[in-house]
Design a protein around this ligand. Structure first.
Ligand code: ZN
Length: 67
């Protein structure tokens, strides 16, 4: 399961979140859903395996182009 890093646009808090589908992400601090995914860092970095990271529709390990 992928762990993504997000930043809240409302209060600028950085946080990590497990994401199962394209569920709505809420900031744990202020509750806003105005968050953006940080593309540069993944929680699974270092143990990354091609095909098992990112999402099922791409095997590059980066989902920046398919979401
Ligand atoms: Zn926030």
């Amino acid at each position: 399961m992928p762990i993504y890093e997000y930043r809240c646009n409302a209060c600028e808090k950085d946080f990590e979140k497990l994401v199962y589908n394209n569920q709505t992400i809420h900031c744990p601090k202020c509750g806003s859903d105005d968050v953006r995914k940080k593309l540069s860092t993944f929680g699974m970095r270092g143990v990354e395996n091609p095909g098992s990271s990112g999402c099922s529709s791409c095997s590059s390990g980066s989902c920046s182009s398919c979401h």
